[in-house]
Write a protein that binds this ligand. Structure first.
Ligand SMILES: [Zn+2]
Length: 128
């Protein structure tokens, strides 16, 4: 694989991430801190909770449970796609786990280039 093809795949992944990432709904209504997705999938709406409080709770500070619960916010917005974001994360993990000399099949690369073209026609350079 040439460097430009790797760059093309990386650019596509970055573009998909930008398109499908769900914007944060705001800040924690308890403390004003950042919120993070607490769970995804299962046909349920996304659940956002206070990121800092959840980290402390996960670390064993059980007195943070109330803070986490009060900050919970169910996200029904029809934007973003957590499945795509999960796939991107899996893709990155898989790519990072590959030995440096492993190459993508050219068919896969051209599929990526085609998908990039479909994703945004203004990015003609992606198929070059
Ligand atoms: Zn908070």
């Amino acid at each position: 694989m040439t460097g430009s093809r790797q760059d093309s795949a990386a650019a596509l992944v970055a573009k998909l991430e930008q398109k499908y990432e769900r914007p944060k709904p705001g800040v924690c209504r308890v403390c004003g801190g950042d919120v993070a997705i607490a769970h995804t999938g299962g046909g349920l709406p996304l659940k956002w909770v206070c990121e800092g409080a959840k980290a402390k709770l996960d670390a064993g500070e059980l007195d943070q449970a109330e803070h986490v619960e009060e900050s919970a916010w169910l996200d029904y917005r029809p934007v973003g796609d957590a499945r795509v974001m999960r796939l991107i994360a899996l893709y990155r993990d898989a790519m990072a786990a590959l030995p440096p000399d492993v190459k993508l099949e050219s068919a896969a690369t051209s599929t990526l280039a085609s998908a990039a073209s479909d994703c945004d026609e203004s990015q003609q350079a992606m198929t070059a």
